[in-house]
Design a protein around this ligand. Structure first.
Ligand SMILES: *Cc1c(COP(=O)(O)O)cnc(C)c1O
Length: 396
């Protein structure tokens, strides 16, 4: 009997070896992320990496996550209805408090109807494929949030990216390609999450109308914070998406549109149909938050006030939203800048690719109604004295 010939097979690549190699690459590119624990303390103070810091990186712009009325609403609903919804809304998870929230959203946003999703991410990856398919065209700003791109990809439609806020580029793409496709949807952030600037909604809306295209905005960072536009410019926008996880300090995503559009989305958006309903207590918190947002206009406009003050102190372009980016370019510079600020008592997290384009790593400074003006001044003063800041202003 012939001896079996010994074949030397290559070492199998184990999943952990592969993972370790990938992590090494990320570290080499200064793109490694860490899950640092952050514990909220009083107001805007947090405990983070062993220090007490003033948080300038959160999205809880109005401090509503800890507002006593919001917390009480959640606690009452928690005791009354329990910790979880127990099923998807199309099965038995549709507690009446959902339609209360949806009516409130539709009224505030100036539309006929609204639908609440488990999160903003769920909303975008559900809504876009519910409206668009293979033969259709989706136009996206180059800087839209990652979950808009994911939703567009899931739809199977042709995707074209236009230069950031470049209306002429949109016109050119529509004129050249609109006729080759069935339906056409343009999607943009209303407030850009990493840049803090606003989309030219009027111009985009006019172009969409002229070219038989629909307009969808993602107002995750808006909700009345940037001007008196709590209604999200409903007369110009066909589909308004947003989140309850940021300005409202609670959790969940939503979409507002005409009733038939909402009914269709509820029947076809897979992330809605096949995911469990939000816990009723979370929905109760959102209802209370929206009450506060609607009626306390001064509180609502405070974060923008501080952002403007801050941007002016640093000689940056005047802020259009509570988000002020300080673009430093390289990821390692952003990491270094954040570290020096942390040593001085400020939490400003660095934002690196792939969250932002290559070469545009930045500090993203956000303002809350809970910040005190002297905290804002102190941060501006501290940043102003940093060598990396002078360098990035010189190169801008
Ligand atoms: C945060 C964010 C989302 C996702 O919302 P979540 O409720 O956090 O899932 C969607 N779009 C934009 C622009 C965002 O900033």
């Amino acid at each position: 009997m012939a001896e079996a010939k010994a074949v030397s097979l290559p070492e199998p690549l184990t999943i952990e070896t592969w993972a370790a190699q990938q992590l090494e690459q990320l570290t080499g590119k200064h793109q490694m992320r860490h899950l640092h624990e952050t514990v909220p303390l009083e107001g805007v103070l947090v405990h983070h990496q062993g220090k007490e810091l003033i948080n300038f990186s959160g999205n809880d712009y109005l401090g509503l996550s800890r507002h006593p009325d919001v917390v009480n609403a959640a606690v009452e609903a928690l005791y009354a209805y329990g910790a979880g919804a127990g099923a998807s809304r199309l099965v038995t998870g549709n507690h009446p408090i959902y339609s209360e929230l949806e009516q409130q959203l539709a009224r505030l946003r100036g539309t006929e109807a609204a639908l609440v999703f488990a999160s903003g991410y769920h909303a975008n990856i559900g809504v876009i494929p519910a409206l668009m398919g293979r033969n259709d065209l989706i136009l996206l700003d180059k800087l839209v949030h990652a979950c808009i791109l994911d939703g567009a990809r899931l739809s199977g439609a042709t995707i074209m990216r236009f230069n950031h806020n470049d209306v002429a580029h949109v016109r050119q793409l529509l004129e050249k390609t609109r006729s080759h496709h069935g339906r056409c949807l343009l999607v943009t952030d209303a407030v850009f999450s990493m840049d803090g600037d606003l989309a030219p909604v009027e111009e985009l809306s006019a172009l969409c109308r002229a070219h038989d295209a629909w307009l969808m905005t993602d107002d995750a960072h808006g909700l009345g914070l940037c001007a008196d536009d709590l209604d999200g410019k409903a007369h110009l926008v066909d589909v308004q998406m947003g989140t309850l996880s940021k300005v409202a300090g609670s959790f969940g995503g939503y979409v507002c549109a005409k009733r038939d559009v909402i009914n269709l989305i509820a029947n076809t958006a897979r992330s809605f149909m096949f995911s469990t309903a939000l816990p009723p207590a979370v929905v109760a918190a959102s209802v209370k938050s929206l009450d506060i947002i609607e009626f306390d206009r001064d509180w609502r406009l405070r974060p923008l006030d501080m952002a403007r003050h801050f941007s002016n102190r640093l000689g940056l372009a005047t802020a259009q939203s509570p988000i002020v980016p300080i673009v430093v370019g390289k990821s390692d510079v952003a990491l270094y800048a954040a570290r020096t600020l942390m040593q001085q008592g400020f939490l400003v997290t660095p934002i690196r690719p792939p969250t932002v384009p290559e070469g545009s790593a930045r500090l993203r400074v956000t303002f809350s109604a809970l910040h005190k003006m002297d905290q804002v001044d102190l941060l501006a003063l501290t940043i102003h004295s940093q060598p990396w800041f002078r360098e990035c202003v010189l190169s801008a």
